[in-house]
Design a protein. Sequence first.
Length: 140
Amino acid sequence: MSNDTELSRIGISLPKNLLDKFDEILSLRGYSSRSEGIRDSIRSYITYYQWISDVKGERQGVITMVYDHDQRGLLETLTEIQHEYVNVIQASIHSHITHSRCLEVILLRGDGAVLKDITERLMSQKGVEAVKLTTIPIGE
Ligand code: NI
């Protein structure tokens, strides 16, 4: 039997700056332990994945993406991916956060499965820090 009270212990390796940022947020939010923060993060990750898996049918959506402008070849790859979906991507806005980080907001309309595919392809590129898809169903 497996449930929330049965605990498994894991060891993970993380880049120091990632852990520092995580600890900073935990302290701001008043978490008593790192384990509790990691449990919450994993729950959010699972919820987000399940939620994104439920995106079906005709949808209007927005992808918000943050990435490292200095990552070699990344800009070209992101542009190529977007060009493959000319019929789905309606517009995009690019904003330069800092000298090396960019924020891009992409407006889409199309089948939920396609919107999800685009999101996952963008997400899997090296140098992409965060990608979030928000959609609403198109109803009459
Ligand atoms: Ni930029």
